[in-house]
Design a protein around this ligand. Structure first.
Ligand code: HEC
Length: 122
């Protein structure tokens, strides 16, 4: 029990000193997770997915040089935090029929960390 209390106090101190106020999401962890996305999402002309540089706040399916699927073209979303989070947790539920060959991240805190990273990715 005492150990639990100490761990808890330690975690509270870490949060208090992690800066950026109440934001618990961890962009640097998101950057590590993004390695899996970068296999498809890069600036290479033969990349499987569209570049995600500047995706935060962008309209869905808005890059001229990427051939999006029709479902993605019709999705008509702004990639804000809520939409990105939902798409990353369950791509097919958020944009039914889109052809991103990726099942989604299992864990909500990973989705938050990825969104935090994507906000900084420009
Ligand atoms: C195996 C390849 C692959 C992986 C891995 C992958 N994606 Fe995708 N992603 C795609 C493709 C292909 C599309 C375009 C889908 C369409 O047009 O229906 C896409 C679309 C997207 C879009 C919409 C972009 C736009 O311009 O509207 C976002 C956001 C996105 N992916 C985020 C991610 C993130 C974050 C990860 C990692 C957690 C990831 N993807 C992993 C292939 C991939």
């Amino acid at each position: 029990m005492k150990v639990m209390m100490m761990l808890w106090a330690g975690a509270a101190v870490c949060l208090a000193f992690s800066g950026a106020g109440a934001i618990a999401a961890d962009a640097s962890h998101g950057k590590e997770l993004f390695v899996a996305c970068a296999a498809c999402h890069s600036e290479k002309t033969d990349a499987i997915g569209p570049s995600l540089k500047g995706v935060f706040g962008r309209k869905s399916a808005s890059l001229d040089d990427f051939r999006y699927s029709n479902p993605m073209k019709r999705a008509n979303l702004i990639w804000d935090a809520a939409n990105l989070r939902a798409y990353l947790l369950d791509p097919q539920a958020k944009v039914k029929g889109n052809r991103m060959p990726f099942g989604g991240v299992a864990n909500p805190s990973e989705a938050d960390d990825l969104v935090a990273f994507l906000q900084t990715y420009k």
